[in-house]
Ligand binder design. Sequence first.
Ligand SMILES: NC(=O)c1ccc[n+]([C@@H]2O[C@H](COP(=O)([O-])OP(=O)(O)OC[C@H]3O[C@@H](n4cnc5c(N)ncnc54)[C@H](OP(=O)(O)O)[C@@H]3O)[C@@H](O)[C@H]2O)c1
Length: 287
Amino acid sequence: MKQRSIGTTQVGAIGLGGMPMSIEGRPDTDRSVRTIHAALDAGVTLIDTADAYHLHADEVGHNETLIAQALASWGGDTSGVLVATKGGHLRPGDGTWTVDGSPTHLREAVEGSLKRLGVDAIGLYQFHRPDPKVPYADSVGTLRDLLDEGKIRQAGISNATVDQIRQAQEILGGRLVSVQNQFSPAFRSSEPELELCDELGIAFLPWSPLGGISRAAELGTRFAEFDRVAEAHGVSPQRVTLAWMLAKSERVVPIPGASRPESIRDSAQAAELTLTDEEFTRLDRAA
Ligand SMILES: NC(=O)c1ccc[n+]([C@@H]2O[C@H](COP(=O)([O-])OP(=O)(O)OC[C@H]3O[C@@H](n4cnc5c(N)ncnc54)[C@H](OP(=O)(O)O)[C@@H]3O)[C@@H](O)[C@H]2O)c1
């Protein structure tokens, strides 16, 4: 698979989002493991997860545990796989998502993720979402301290504004390597953050790139231009969407979610799909 950079790490241009395998509607463990193995077989070397990807209150880190299990049972060399996790979101078990960006919580969260992933240091740790009750500088300052202590190898942020990206870059002393924001044909408002990442040389990881778990299947019917280009290439509109994102900037590394091997196999091939300039312009205007 074509490669892209996240900080000092090279990863396949298409990553795997782990969330659909651990929240509402998740499949059984066997299908999840087969999905992660299919991703690895296809050359995926970035897997995005979070300690908050779970359903019930007593299973924090369900997705991290699943990924660690799938990596261990794959059979190939996984030393080049970057598992990117996150902290700062919580799921109390009633279907809601809450936030805690306090240094105390983030430190506890990192310890839990280290154990579940079975590593000495986390390859990429992302602050999941700003907590209005905690100064942003305190949350990101904790990531800086964790970097200095060697608990995390690289630091990223998620759901960040342009100002927060600049602030985080300053607090981390130029060591911010990634920003993970929502971005898809249906959700374009992160374009300023994408452009800033491009300018600063920071990886931009679009989340819900296909419109989210419940809407990904309708992408072609909702966005006719993506369907037309897909038909011309004889591929899925989902694959065209990911190829369009890759063409926007060398810094983009989409992380489409999957709960079936077929989905990630199809998405992974977006890395090799080249759009003409004319197609790119049509999609960029249509999205
Ligand atoms: N930072 C944040 O706040 C945040 C928020 C949300 C998500 N995320 C991350 O971003 C990742 C991606 O977002 P998402 O999972 O919400 O939504 P998504 O990637 O837009 O859509 C996921 C769904 O797309 C389907 N799909 C994937 N590839 C396909 C293809 N080639 N053809 C047809 N269908 C395809 C999958 O179906 P099947 O299930 O049938 O395989 C999956 O359920 C998450 O998994 C998570 O890691 C981060």
